[in-house]
Design a protein around this ligand. Structure first.
Ligand code: ISE
Length: 335
């Protein structure tokens, strides 16, 4: 079976997914594209012979669409995701699942009503080989339990419309999910520190920020979010256990040595650094849709990350005070 995929949102992330589905992955085909800018939808759809729509609801109603890939802005995700759930279609939603805990809860309610998990959230780092090897080391138990996680999330630069809040809801949200995944527990409190800012930022930004979070068992996470670092896209993570550590290495495995020293290529952006993880994520989703199964992170993971983001934003607006994460009890449905 070829899974007919409908893409909602023809921006950069949506087009990157189209490219991988059409040129790198197996089992799926883009059959429809929707965007509020219908010309943008047509520009992606027409070369593929796919249908173009001006709204998500028209795309979801298209009988050729078996599954829906949502790549619009987070704050408009919820109505399309809920409509797709009610139409009985599997969904892969780019992160964040939604921008408020209330919208995430509405998605979870709709999913529980149809009685099966159909929503995957695009936290692609869960498919990155390095993070999975780190997770295996912790789970293996030989180095004891985790005590600390040190994370660094560095982007070369950001556009002028990117805000300080985006450093948490758009950027640090990846470490929030990754640490929940690595440690297999929830984050219970967050504080955001605002060190001296770099001169490379736009004036309205506080850059860098450091998010400090604690988990249920007391593991302390520090996440440097630094979005104008200039030299490239650099993601680091070290997990400290009782008698050893494990850390992410760069995706590049070879080093050039010459008279200038040892060096390897630095990644340029998230599509470059997480190319393989994105491909794994979307490929596994297509295969799972074929089998009628759920894969990857669930709506609960999307909800939990959004609750942690909310606490981080509250801390940011209140001088870096520690804020407890406010979350409902996990429904048995997501156990
Ligand atoms: C972007 O939306 C992403 O998801 C990238 O992974 C992240 O590095 C970047 O900071 C975000 O703006």
């Amino acid at each position: 079976m070829t899974v007919g995929i409908g893409l909602i949102g023809a921006g950069g992330m949506g087009r990157a997914h189209v490219d991988r589905i059409e040129n790198e992955l197996a089992g799926g085909k883009i059959v429809a594209v929707a965007d509020i800018n219908i010309d943008g939808a047509k520009a992606v759809a027409e070369p593929l012979g796919a249908a173009a729509y001006g709204s998500g609801s028209e795309l979801i109603a298209d009988p050729n669409v078996d599954a829906v890939l949502v790549a619009t802005f987070g704050k408009v995700h919820a109505p399309d995701i809920i409509a797709a759930i009610e139409a009985g279609k599997y969904v892969l939603s780019e992160k964040p699942l939604a921008t408020t805990p209330e919208d995430c809860k509405a998605i979870m309610d709709a999913e529980q009503k149809v009685g099966k998990k159909v929503v995957t959230v695009g936290f692609m780092r869960r498919f990155d080989r390095g993070y999975n090897e780190m997770r295996d080391v912790l789970r293996g138990g030989e180095l004891g339990y985790a005590t600390l996680v040190h994370c660094r999330h560095r982007n070369p630069s950001v556009p002028e419309n990117y805000t300080t809040r985006n450093m948490i809801d758009d950027t640090a949200i990846h470490e929030i999910d990754t640490c929940r995944y690595l440690l297999d527990e929830e984050i219970v409190s967050v504080r955001v520190d605002t060190p001296r800012s770099t001169s490379h930022r736009f004036d309205h930004l506080h850059d860098p920020l450091v998010l400090v979070a604690k988990t249920e068992s007391g593991v302390l996470i520090d996440d440097e979010v630094n979005v104008n670092i200039q030299f490239g896209y650099s993601i680091e993570c070290e997990l400290v256990m009782e008698s050893g550590t494990t850390r992410l290495s760069d995706q590049n495995r070879s080093v050039v040595r010459d008279a200038a020293g040892d060096r390897h290529r630095i990644c340029t952006d998230h599509n470059d650094r997480f190319h393989d993880a994105f491909n794994q994520e979307v490929q596994q989703w297509i295969r799972a849709v074929e089998r009628g199964e759920h894969t990857g992170s669930s709506s609960w993971d999307g909800y939990a990350a959004t609750c942690v983001v909310d606490a981080g934003l509250e801390s940011l607006e209140n001088g870096g005070k520690e804020v407890a994460v406010d979350m409902i009890e996990k429904p048995a449905f997501y156990a």
